[in-house]
Ligand binder design. Structure first.
Ligand code: IDP
Ligand code: MG
Length: 150
């Protein structure tokens, strides 16, 4: 089992898409093991997106992600990192396939509704950046034996 980090960005929250994002994760079979609403401050935003510090869009990206509340989540499941990236879709909503969150709900790369970790390594980094260990809950979903062969 893997854990990955997902966030409904400020545009997703303001557009009333929190439930839609959670619904898609839940119906796929992912287990939400941590969730909270927060308003990201500049320092955390810059740390979260540090890999993009030299990019021309970095300042706008930090402004965007700190522009309103977000919903941060940790989802667990078999190959959760890849599964969630597939649900989220390509970075640019113009290119994102219909059926993905960005493909169904976005129009602009700078307003792409959600964040999701792109590798197991970044998932671990991002989870520890946003959640304390005691905010993540271990439990069994009642349908797990029907979601997985073994
Ligand atoms: P990802 O969110 O699909 O992992 P990244 O390349 O890691 O995409 O970029 C992080 C975020 O930075 C994107 O989700 C998007 O909000 C923003 N971003 C990426 N490329 C651009 C760009 O060319 N212009 C404006 N914003 C961008
Ligand atoms: Mg990324």
């Amino acid at each position: 089992m893997e854990r990955t980090f997902i966030m409904v960005k400020p545009d997703g929250v303001q557009r009333g898409l929190i439930g839609e994002v959670i619904r898609r994760l839940e119906q796929k079979g992912l287990k939400i093991v941590g969730i909270k609403t927060m308003w990201i401050q500049e320092e955390l935003a810059m740390e979260h997106y540090s890999e993009h510090a030299e990019k021309p869009f970095f300042r706008d990206l930090v402004d965007y992600i700190t522009s309103g509340p977000v919903v941060a989540m940790v989802a667990e499941g078999k190959e959760a990192v890849k599964v969630v990236r597939n649900i989220v879709g390509a970075t640019n909503p113009v290119e994102a396939a219909p059926g993905t969150i960005r493909g169904d709900f976005g129009m602009d790369i700078g307003r792409n509704v959600v964040h999701a970790s792109d590798s197991l390594k970044s998932a671990e980094r991002e989870i520890s950046l946003f959640f304390d260990a005691d905010e993540l809950i271990e439990y069994t979903r009642a349908d797990e034996e029907w979601l997985y062969e073994s």
